[in-house]
Design a protein around this ligand. Structure first.
Ligand SMILES: Cc1cc2nc3c(=O)[nH]c(=O)nc-3n(C[C@H](O)[C@H](O)[C@H](O)COP(=O)(O)O)c2cc1C
Length: 172
């Protein structure tokens, strides 16, 4: 049984990068999550809703905005018993200033009281924005560690590796 859970949401397909819009096979946050899991020996868990998103960037932003405004809470395609873990690394892209709605489903569906949540995000400029306040509001009895925020393009390449290593070392 592993002590660390690395729960993350990530979307592949088109995203905005400094050089323009392009498609990737593995999402930015997924790359970071995989590295954290390898460094901690933690259990990787993908937070994935039964809802879907367009592969194209701009149509995806419209769908994501509408579902956030409606307060959608998609069911998760798979779930995990978080009782076994005392530290939950929680990763997500910033979408419209916070995390995607499936992460709301995850946080509302688990009791992480007295556990440590270690947030990490990827973004294109807004850093954590409202997401940290949203985590604290939804899990008021959890201890929320100082998180790691990376630009999406950094996460895609090895530029971020030393930052991720330092971040993981700081947690232990
Ligand atoms: C629907 C959508 C909304 C986004 N909203 C923001 C935002 O509010 N602020 C920001 O800095 N980046 C925003 N981005 C950029 C993503 O946060 C960034 O590309 C991230 O690295 C994507 O991670 P992923 O590949 O793991 O899904 C948005 C991207 C999408 C697709």
């Amino acid at each position: 049984m592993s002590k660390f859970l690395v729960a993350y949401f990530s979307r592949a397909d088109e995203n905005y990068y400094p050089e323009g819009i392009k498609a990737v096979k593995v999402g930015n946050t997924a790359k970071v999550a995989q590295k954290i899991a390898a460094l901690t020996g933690g259990q990787l868990f993908e937070i994935k809703g039964t809802n879907s998103y367009p592969a194209k960037y701009h149509p995806c932003t419209k769908v994501a905005k509408a579902e956030l405004e409606r307060g959608d809470r998609p069911q998760l395609v798979a779930d995990i018993d978080t009782a076994d873990y005392d530290t939950v690394y929680l990763g997500f892209p910033i979408w419209w200033g916070t995390f995607p709605v499936a992460v709301f489903t995850f946080l509302e569906g688990h009791d992480l009281a007295h556990k440590t949540i270690v947030p990490f995000c990827t973004h294109e400029g807004s850093s954590f924005d409202r997401s940290l306040a949203d985590i604290k509001r939804l899990q008021p009895q959890a201890s929320v560690a100082k998180g790691l925020s990376l630009h999406g393009y950094e996460a895609q390449y090895e530029q971020a590796d030393s930052k991720i290593e330092r971040f993981v070392q700081q947690q232990h």
